[in-house]
Design a protein. Sequence first.
Length: 263
Amino acid sequence: MNNSKQPIGIFDSGVGGLTVWKELVKVLPNESVIYYADNKHCPYGPKSKDEIIKLASNVVDFLIEKKCKIVIVACNTATAAAIDFLRANYDIPFIGMEPAVKPAALNTKTKSIAVLATEGTFNGKLYIETSRKFACDVELNIQVGDKLVDIVEKGLVNEQSTKKHLEKMVESLIKKNIDHLVLGCTHYPFLTGVLKEVLPENVEIINPAPAVIKQTQRILKANNLVNNLFAKPAYEFFVSGDSAVLKNILKEITSLSYKVINL
Ligand code: DGL
């Protein structure tokens, strides 16, 4: 049976994966998409690997029940903890998030770059391997994005306190003369505007979403799963906790029609 007409599943611990969803619907406009925001269990960052595997498996069971042909794990923390388990235990392809250390290491002029991510992502073997592979002749600074997921989940991005918090957070990175800041958490691109205000102009901020969607395109093609039918796609958002912030963000980032369903 050809599954190409079935939807793409995508999930995150909350609204962060919307930064990936936005790129997905732009690049693959024929595809229907089911998004799962597991904000009832947000943040994933401080949770143990076993807990995250359990949460991710529950979400994937739901998406498979909805007949998703492929799942994008639009959460760096869930990718770090659970992608090996998911690939080993389910039949569909999975796309994971990876901090974009490679382009930063290749393009840095100051030979100093930084990654901003959750502690769960920094603890994962994926991050350790990627940084070893691509950042051997540059200084790689790591910074845990303390409270940032919470700030985005609560809709506090434009508060003055958020700017102050970020100012403090990047202080030591500026001293290290970084010229690239890799966003290693899908929530963080929502903070790009404020980050630009607190960082020197020469610092390039890297959002991993475009690279992940390119990889999704490649995997869909390789598995014969591209939907070539020119029918109107459907976009659904299932939310395990409160949906107010997700609805606000959707209003800001898209003019497409969609349905939000509280679980
Ligand atoms: N968006 C998730 C990530 O990319 C946030 C993790 C969390 O819930 O702490 O890592």
